[in-house]
Design a protein around this ligand. Structure first.
Ligand SMILES: [Zn+2]
Ligand SMILES: [Zn+2]
Length: 193
């Protein structure tokens, strides 16, 4: 049995850190790190909070979901900006509030059980419907024109003072982003002709 196989056995038995393994084998930390990294690449081990664990189906699922793409623009979803509609039969994920607000018209309202995103300042989860949005500011963390969500109206207004854009609630946000996209498209068409 080679060392990597033995590592898998040991992790199963409860050796959950690199140091314990390096002592067990009497080799350097670097050597164990290299083995562990290879096992991670092979999808057999995961490191969580510095602890080694055998990879489970739940880990594989989490990894897969972590790499989800936006239902509107197909961009990879960044966890800090994601905008999620929880429907009766699943979820629709958007990369940011821009796509989240645009997608709203394509969703049957009575299918939505909840909608959540993250507060741009605190990173706390917030209800999309009661959030405030700064639309069209010069800060564009994802899609343009940008839409950034805030739990607190005052935070949104202060943000708009610094970076421009308009502060709106959910309903107005849906309209505003649609209008801006239309205008944006018209300009693009002109330059093509
Ligand atoms: Zn998107
Ligand atoms: Zn986006």
């Amino acid at each position: 049995m080679d060392r990597k196989e033995r590592i898998m056995e040991l992790v199963k038995e409860g050796y959950n850190n690199v140091k314990a393994l390096s002592q067990y084998f009497g080799v350097s930390l670097m050597t164990i790190y290299r083995d562990v990294r290879e096992l991670e690449k092979e999808g057999k081990l995961v490191r969580k909070h510095g602890e080694l664990k055998l990879k489970t189906l739940a880990d594989a699922k989490e990894e897969k979901e972590g790499r989800q793409t936006c239902a509107y623009c197909t961009k990879l979803v960044d966890k800090r900006l994601e905008f999620i509609y929880h429907l009766k039969d699943g979820k629709i994920k958007a990369c940011c509030a821009h796509c989240g607000l645009l997608i709203y018209k394509n969703i049957k309202e009575d299918q939505v059980e909840a909608c959540m995103t993250w507060d741009f300042i605190s990173g706390n989860p917030i209800n999309c419907y009661s959030a405030w949005y700064v639309i069209g500011s010069s800060a564009v963390p994802c899609c343009s024109p940008s839409a950034i969500a805030f739990a607190n109206k005052e935070h949104a207004e202060n943000f708009a003072k610094g970076f421009g854009g308009v502060v709106v609630d959910f309903e107005k946000g849906v309209e505003a982003i649609k209008e801006m996209m239309k205008r944006g498209q018209r300009v693009e068409l002109k330059t093509e002709l």
